[in-house]
Design a protein around this ligand. Structure first.
Ligand code: KG4
Ligand code: ZN
Length: 307
């Protein structure tokens, strides 16, 4: 985290090196603390997509070595599927449900019909929501990652203070956040003096946060309404956002839609959600050979054809 804060974001090459340094001691620590031995493990689950290829390769190489050495099956997992099912580590949710996976790298809306049965409804055309939080925080010198800092500071501000745009509002289930970020850049440029005032700064971040939250809430509820699915699960790092949690819950309740958020620790990237998906895929008979590869992108089936 400190390394990423130093550079104001994730540098792929440095991140991969850190992964390599951390993986072995981390695995030893997890085994020690859990009291589980490698022999007791049924299969090795590993994230293979989507994401930064250098980091994915470090994880996959490590997983392959473990699987080969222990003679255990290897199961490749999609990171977004892992986020979408992270809630199941806490509680069971009936199918189907609408899943909003909203993180630093992704903003995607899915219809989830069963284990591993995900259909893409919409996704961001440019920046992810978390990326917008991180970029706005960087612009305002608030540090990295931006989400938690903005979340905290926004509590002191008025979310109606500046009417920032709600990108692609009412225009289907795709998202766009780069225009909103540019609107903040422009506002800050035009109000340099006022930005030195903490209260004004709080108003700006609260207004920006509300614009992001409004779009996420509207589109997710619209999908639930249109597809007549009375359950929404929000996952990914941005699901930790207090305004998103509050407004999505309140709006859902008003419309008879049950809204689920995983506990904070499961919102952020974590290995247990990957293990969960690997476990149900393995139980269905899925496993991969040592020629398994990583991919920067994932391709999901669309429920409704684009356009
Ligand atoms: O899921 P995650 O841990 O990693 C990715 O797969 O990207 O999400 C990290 C992202 C970062 O962009 C961070 O700023 C954002 O989640 N985030 C938040 C909050 N906590 C983390 N965004 C808004 N409000 C928060 N409280
Ligand atoms: Zn993630």
């Amino acid at each position: 985290m400190n390394l990423h804060a130093l550079f104001g974001g994730v540098v792929p090459e440095l991140a991969a090196r850190k992964h390599l340094e951390a993986l072995f001691p981390l695995t030893q620590q997890v085994l020690r603390e859990s009291g589980v031995s490698l022999k007791e493990i049924d299969c090795i689950g590993v994230t293979v997509k989507p994401g930064l290829v250098p980091s994915l390769l470090v994880g996959l190489s490590f997983a392959k070595a473990l699987a080969f050495g222990l003679n255990k099956p290897l199961v490749g997992v999609d990171h977004l599927e892992a986020h979408a099912f992270s809630i199941f580590l806490q509680e069971k949710v009936d199918f189907p449900f609408i899943s909003l996976v909203v993180s630093g790298g992704h903003t995607s809306l899915f219809m989830v019909k069963g284990e591993g049965e995900m259909y893409l409804l919409g996704q961001t055309r440019d920046d992810a929501a978390g990326e917008a939080f991180d970029k706005v925080a960087k612009l305002l010198n608030l540090g990295y990652p931006g989400g938690p800092v903005i979340d905290k500071l926004a509590k002191e501000g008025d979310p109606q203070f500046i009417p920032f745009p709600r990108p692609l509002a009412g225009a289907g289930w795709d998202f766009s956040f780069s225009g909103l970020k540019t609107a903040v850049v422009q506002y800050v440029r035009e109000h340099e003096g006022e930005m030195r005032d903490r209260q004004h700064l709080a108003h700006v971040v609260a207004s920006f946060q509300r614009a992001v939250v409004d779009v996420l809430v509207e589109k997710t509820l619209d999908a639930a309404r249109y597809l007549r699915v009375p359950r929404i699960v929000v996952a990914g790092g941005v699901a930790a956002n207090s305004a998103l949690r509050g407004i999505m819950r309140e709006r859902g309740e008003r419309e008879g839609i049950k809204v689920y958020f995983p506990p904070m620790a499961l919102c952020m990237d974590n290995a247990s959600m990957v293990a969960y998906v690997a476990a149900y895929r393995f139980a269905k008979g899925e496993s991969h050979g040592l020629d398994l590869d990583v991919s920067s992108r994932s391709v999901y089936r669309r429920l409704i054809h684009e356009g």
